[in-house]
Design a protein around this ligand. Structure first.
Ligand SMILES: Cc1ncc(COP(=O)(O)O)c(C=O)c1O
Length: 391
């Protein structure tokens, strides 16, 4: 690990750590880190990365990294089972609920949900509030007859419905919704209570563990880990006893069956061991600090700082006020040119990945659990300054 100083006639060797700690933008963050607004994979807690770094070459004296050890050995088994138990604890999931860690991303659940919850003579009802719900609906339609109980497409996916707006069919098997639409920045900001006895399925990929979820209002919650739980490569799936019962009736191949994964504690094949280990460190970090009750008000405060600037008038927010996401704040500058200038100037100041999703443009400020509160203050100040100079 060496680096040559530009212009020096003799290559000078620097330890990598010296380069790593250069704070190019004067942000005062450790290791020369910058404010990372990526919508996913998102920022991880520095403590988690530090612990992983310490463990990387020789995990707790085993003489190997977690990436190199057998998933059938005791060391990995402890890592795996502790991660599952801590996720259960963070969510407050009772023992008779399933807590799975699967592969294939949240996107594979778009297919696994209809497969595992197939019910003779019944059909799923979908609530479509944006990019991800829309994709999920499309996948479900390939497999079964689906009813769209509500869609906000007509208003540009800027809102979520109130509890009594969706129109369900009498033969509904499950209701499907997305608690936080990551692209549009549209959040229910509540545990929806639907007027039906059907199972309730929720894609919570971008807000699981960012606030408390009342599990009595859900049967299936699934989430890709790469925003609020750890790195990409793991998808957590939480199943109520009712959902487990329906899934147990299906005949499905190994990798598509919730039941088979559940029975094997998600070691039904080689799991993504390192990603699960990282999620485990993340869960420990959250638990150590006080869990979801600790992080939820911090997330609210961070988002409020940015919405306050939007409400000053220069920027135009995308979501209606009642559904403004705490995780992904989406807005536009007065012109597309200014959107680009905003993202470019921000990048030059150490604020990374602020351009909106390629399908909608504008700006997206994503601040998940591990994103520091100082970054919310910093971006709010940058936004005010930008508005003053360009208004
Ligand atoms: C709400 C939501 N659902 C699903 C997905 C797809 O996740 P994956 O890339 O893990 O398949 C994403 C990714 O950003 C998301 O934000």
């Amino acid at each position: 690990m060496v680096a040559a100083r530009a212009g020096a006639s003799v290559a000078i060797r620097y330890p990598l750590t010296m380069l790593e700690t250069q704070d190019k933008h004067g942000l005062g963050l450790p290791y020369g880190r910058i404010y990372n607004f990526s919508a996913g994979p998102g920022a991880l807690p520095v403590e988690v990365l530090e612990e992983a770094k310490d463990d990387l070459l020789n995990y707790k004296g085993t003489g190997m990294s977690v990436m190199e050890m057998s998933h059938r050995g005791k060391t990995y088994d402890d890592i795996h089972m502790t991660a599952l138990a801590n996720l259960r604890k963070l969510l407050g999931a009772p023992d008779d609920w399933g807590v799975l860690m699967l592969q294939g991303g949240a996107s594979l659940q778009n297919a696994m949900v209809p497969m595992n919850l197939k019910m003779e003579g019944k059909r799923p009802n979908y609530i479509d509030t944006g990019h991800w719900g829309h994709l999920s609906l499309g996948d479900a339609k390939l497999m079964t007859d689906v009813h769209v109980a509500y869609s906000s497409e007509g208003t540009g996916f800027d809102r979520a419905p109130s509890d009594d707006e969706p129109q369900f069919t009498p033969d509904v098997s499950y209701v499907y919704y997305t608690s936080n639409e990551t692209v549009g920045g549209v959040d229910y900001l509540r545990d929806a209570t639907f007027n039906t006895d059907a199972l309730v399925v929720c894609d919570a990929s971008s807000n699981i563990l960012s606030r408390k979820f009342d599990l009595t209002k859900y049967d299936v919650i699934f989430a890709g880990a790469q925003k609020t739980q750890g790195p990409a490569g793991v998808t957590t799936v939480i199943l109520s006893p009712r959902a487990l019962e329906v899934a147990a009736q299906q005949k499905l191949p190994l990798m598509l069956s919730w039941t088979k994964a559940h029975k094997a504690h998600s070691i039904h094949n080689t799991p993504p061991c390192f990603a699960i280990y990282m999620c485990g460190l993340y869960y420990q970090w959250l638990l150590k600090n006080g869990g979801v009750d600790w992080i939820a008000p911090i997330n609210e405060r961070k988002a409020a700082k940015v919405y306050e600037v939007i409400d000053e008038g220069f920027y135009k927010g995308h979501a209606v006020k009642e559904n403004r996401s705490r995780m992904n704040i989406t807005f536009k500058c007065p012109t597309e040119e200014l959107d680009k200038k905003f993202a470019d100037e921000a990048e030059a100041n150490g604020f990374s990945t602020l351009a909106g999703h390629r399908s909608v443009g504008g700006i997206r400020v994503s601040m998940y659990n591990a994103f520091p509160e100082s970054g919310a203050d910093a971006i709010a100040q940058f936004m005010r300054e930008f508005a003053r100079k360009n208004g």
